[in-house]
Design a protein around this ligand. Structure first.
Ligand code: NAP
Length: 529
């Protein structure tokens, strides 16, 4: 399939030759073929209006039909074969093995939402039947379920060019919910975005979905994304990226005449607490695991372990020594873009210059144009708490070790944390008893708590929470990974005293979909007699 540099507006390739841009290979710094164009305001307007028009029909498609559509998107992505992986490799510098895995994750994510739809129970049907002779007033018949919100804007992320991009988790969950979407492709991988966009467009056509169900607009300026956020017909936004970008979009969405929800997943430093007995028993293993996790994907994961806390002891000295040996043996590769590499160099450079922060270890760096050295820095709790800048994410392969003198200092670090996606404990059973109060503090700070592992690697499943309190995200009640993500793009509606033939199937007495429903307070698959 030839990449054209077009926008995909309601299943048609369109090109108005305005400001253009090219993708760049981060490994050798060379410009890649195909000129891409900034979407115009008129094109964005057309995409959103077509999404609104399509929404009327798309939201009424059955769960089965939408499930077939999601499965078909997965098949069309696989049909792109090596063309997709090769272009993605050129645009991101990510190894082919990683991209193969990420493609699998993307397709499986679509399949998981398809399964959720076929099961049908996701609509969370609740039925309270009438009691006409209740005194002093009759009880009405009230039935509730989740319905799709409307056209949704989705921002592709740079660091997962497949799994968090054009056909990523936000797209899968919004389409599953019954929303139509307009995607803003990330300018770091426009060719990958177009290929995946065209796979979705094929699936739209093959499964008889309305043309405006999906559009992809590309661009390098904030105006393109803002054009989507500020369009009055857009009803919600999904975003993964920087705090600055996410917050700007959140603020813009709140300043609209009709404010809309923004599900922005932003920065996080994912603290790791290594408790005393675990440190004694697993010192080298934890040190090596930490270095593996912080350098994975050149540290370009939102779950990168950005700080690690131990208590002062001989073990902690040896732990750092082992981590130093491990990091020195690693050669870090190309970062995704010039901008990300420059931001990382700046952030790591500032750390090196910060008072009372020691540079403990450095990795080797490759010859790649955007190559970056990995770092481990170290400081005391007192210094960490005194310098708020040290709590900011340095997006890349760096981590800050914090040395606590005693347990109270460990708790102090935890209490002073902002919201994060994850917190990790390395702990034995004795440690867990001793530090139960630490867990209680961390429960209020993060979306996912882990024991004896590392936060990189986010399983796509029903029980995953990839979210957390602000500033990790703009809405701590949700997740951007896993099936609960569907709820970001739905809202509840109640039908009061509706006749049977006026109700959606999910709420009819006979329960034709055979789904689980909460009927008069009891979860059941039975029909109502
Ligand atoms: P980004 O700057 O947040 O950009 C992500 C997307 O949002 C791009 O499409 C970008 O468009 C758009 N955008 C950014 N600011 C905007 C604004 N004010 N208004 C409208 N749209 C806006 O992320 P990035 O380019 O991927 O990387 C930059 C930094 O983001 C990294 O150094 C890292 O700190 C962070 N990051 C975090 C995560 C995470 O998972 N938490 C993931 C990736 C990156 P344009 O590029 O066209 O401006």
């Amino acid at each position: 399939m030839q990449i054209t540099g077009s926008q995909i507006i309601a299943n048609k390739l369109l090109k108005s030759e305005t400001n253009s841009f090219y993708a760049k290979n981060p490994t050798n710094g060379q410009q890649l073929p195909t000129e891409f164009f900034e979407a115009t305001i008129a094109e964005i307007d057309q995409a959103v209006k077509m999404a609104e028009e399509a929404f009327v029909a798309y939201r009424k498609k059955s769960d089965q039909e939408r499930a077939d559509f999601l499965d078909r998107i997965g098949e069309e992505i696989m049909n792109l074969g090596d063309t997709l992986l090769e272009r993605c490799h050129q645009e991101t510098g990510l190894p082919m093995g990683r991209l193969q895995g990420e493609r699998g994750r993307t397709v499986n994510q679509l399949k998981l939402f398809a399964e959720l739809l076929r099961d049908g129970t996701w609509v969370d049907a609740r039925i309270d039947t009438a009691i006409p002779d209740r005194q002093p007033i009759p009880k009405p018949d009230i039935r509730q379920m989740q319905i799709a919100m409307g056209p949704v804007g989705v921002f592709g992320a740079s660091n997962f060019p497949l799994a968090f991009s054009v056909a990523g988790g936000d797209t899968a969950s919004a389409l599953a919910a019954g929303c139509t979407i307009v995607v803003k492709g990330h300018p770091a991988h426009p060719g990958t975005s177009e290929l995946v966009g065209r796979a979705i467009a094929k699936a739209v056509e093959a499964t008889g979905m309305p043309a405006g169900t999906f559009s992809l607009v590309q661009g390098q300026s904030v105006e393109v994304g803002m054009g989507i956020v500020q369009h009055p017909l857009i009803k919600a936004i999904g975003f993964t990226g920087s705090f600055r970008g996410g917050k700007a979009i959140f603020d813009a969405a709140n300043q609209r005449d009709e404010p809309i929800p923004v599900y922005a997943e932003m920065g996080s430093i994912n603290p790791v607490f290594v408790l005393p007995e675990a440190l004694q028993q697993q010192r080298d293993k934890i040190a090596e695991g930490w270095v593996g996790s912080l350098t994975l994907g050149v540290g370009q994961f939102c779950t990168n372990p950005g700080v690690l806390i131990t208590q002062e002891s001989d073990e902690s000295v040896q732990f750092l020594e082992r981590a130093k040996q491990s990091l020195s043996a690693v050669t870090t590769d190309a970062m995704l873009t010039d901008r990300i590499s420059e931001a990382y160099q700046k952030g790591a450079g500032q750390m090196e210059q910060t008072d009372n922060v020691a540079t403990v270890a450095k990795s080797q760096s490759s010859e790649a144009a955007t190559s970056a050295e990995g770092f481990i820095f170290s400081t005391s709790v007192k210094n960490f708490l005194a310098q708020p800048d040290l709590s900011e994410e340095v997006f890349g392969p760096s981590s800050l070790h914090i040395s606590a003198q005693f347990k109270a200092e460990v708790l102090e670090v935890a209490k002073n944390l902002e919201g994060h996606l994850t917190a990790t404990l390395h702990a034995t059973e004795n440690d867990l008893v001793e530090y139960a109060d630490l867990i209680a503090i961390l429960e209020r700070k993060v979306g996912r708590l882990l024991i004896n592992g590392f936060p990189t690697g986010v399983e796509v499943c029903h029980s995953m929470v990839h979210g957390g309190p602000y500033p990790a995200t703009t809405d701590s009640r949700s997740t951007s990974v896993g099936t609960l993500a569907i709820k970001r793009f739905t809202r509840p509606i109640s039908y009061q005293n509706f006749p049977q033939n006026g109700l959606p199937d999910a709420l009819k007495n006979e329960n034709p979909l055979r789904i689980f429903r909460l009927v008069n307070g009891k979860l059941t698959q039975e029909q109502i007699s």
